[in-house]
Design a protein around this ligand. Sequence first.
Ligand code: THU
Length: 157
Amino acid sequence: MEKKVISIPYEIIPLEDLSADDAALAQIARDATFRSYSPYSHFSVGAAILLDNGEIIPGSNQENVAFPSGTCAERSACFYAHARYPEAKFRKIAIAARGTDGEFTAVPTAPCGSCRQALLEYEMLADAPVEMLLVGKDTVYRLPSVSSTLPFAFTEF
Ligand code: THU
């Protein structure tokens, strides 16, 4: 029998230490939280995807009274990005969230499994790692790729 361990590398960065470009992307994700439609959970999530054509596509969670009909911020951003610019490759995504108190979460919010799966597809199309910036109140987690967050991903059938 063989035993293996998968570990996920990430960096913990004070918000003020981000590069100007990353800080701008983080701010766009934060701004998007204010366009969240989340009357049921009161949890406002924002995402911002940087494309290789220089465009930045924001998205926010959009809920529905029939709960499963809503969608997460990351998927609203990635589906719109690819619908609008089908030729563009994803480069980076920033994600931020505000809780029921209206404040940005102290612990950076990570994308749910379905969003990781959706983002992975675009990372595969990009044929290069799509960096993830999980933006908390004062701290950012920087992950090198989507695939690093989704071990044993379903990638073909
Ligand atoms: N949500 C996101 O927008 N992204 C995630 O990755 C996890 C959860 C949303 C869905 C729902 O509108 C609210 O947060 C509470 O789950």
